[in-house]
Design a protein around this ligand. Structure first.
Ligand code: SF4
Ligand code: SF4
Length: 247
């Protein structure tokens, strides 16, 4: 059977999603039997785009012109383009300051005199190219990455998760940190799939997997208000990983 050709690229991000893939050490030998990691600059050199790809996995959001060129090229050459991680899906932490004056931000970070490269407000991949599927997380769970790759071997894309972190938290019979400990846990409105990793350790969910599109945010904000949490603080917390989330 032909090995599938993969391109794995990182845009504006911390490389954590790509690292999660490399951390699948036990599974890598089997993955190399199924996939040809043809373009993977973080792990292999030289890194040149050639020919067509069965899938491009793209980490990070878009904030520089050369990233846009790479993304467009990956889209042209790939059957499937898959957004890897929360930054690629909704902007993530890089987009936190969108809305503030960019030149001012540049000066605060680099000072008055340093000439920085051209950048624009960080944005999700779907703003400029068609995205066929997504694996959320900051970074994604190892099992999700492996499931996504196993699906590609069979020609199947990952199914979108449509339940919140709370669902998995209740299945684990955890104590509810929001209702029983008055902690600002974002579980009710955040995309599940992490197995309620944080609440299972008695740490409130910070929302790293991004907003659950189906969530009833108005209702959730009402519950947070009843618990004494300021609406603005809740929204700011929600936008830490999902800056484009409006309410
Ligand atoms: S602890 Fe958080 S994630 Fe778990 S049920 Fe309560 S609100 Fe939901
Ligand atoms: S519980 Fe929340 S913050 Fe923790 S890994 Fe899951 S989505 Fe991310």
């Amino acid at each position: 059977m032909r090995r599938l050709r993969l391109a794995i690229a990182g845009l504006t991000a911390c490389s954590g999603c790509q690292l999660s893939l490399l951390n699948c050490e036990d599974e890598l030998p089997e993955l190399f039997e199924k996939f040809e990691f043809h373009f993977f600059p973080m792990a292999c050199s030289p890194a040149l785009l050639t020919g067509q790809y069965d899938a491009a996995l793209v980490e990070g959001c878009l904030s520089m012109p050369h990233e846009n060129e790479l993304l467009q090229e990956l889209r042209r050459r790939s059957v499937y383009l898959i957004a890897l991680g929360t930054c690629a899906i909704c902007g993530g932490v890089a987009a936190l300051r969108n809305g503030e004056e960019r030149e001012l931000l540049r000066q605060q970070v680099y000072g008055q005199h340093l000439v920085a490269g051209e950048t624009f407000d960080p944005m999700p991949l779907q703003n400029v190219v068609q995205v066929d599927a997504a694996v959320s997380g900051c970074p994604p769970e190892k099992q999700e990455l492996l499931r996504m790759l196993a699906g590609l071997v069979r020609g199947v894309l990952p199914v979108n998760i449509d339940y919140p972190v709370c669902t998995e938290c209740r299945m684990k019979e955890n104590l509810c940190l929001l209702m029983e400990r008055n902690a600002l846990c974002l579980g009710p409105v955040i995309l599940g799939g992490c197995g309620a990793r944080c609440p299972s350790l008695a740490v409130p969910c910070e929302g790293c997997r991004g907003a659950l599109a189906e969530a009833n945010l108005a209702e959730a904000l009402e519950i947070y208000a009843q618990k004494g949490f300021d609406r603005q603080i809740v929204l700011e917390r929600l936008r830490r990983f999902s800056p484009e989330w409006q309410q």
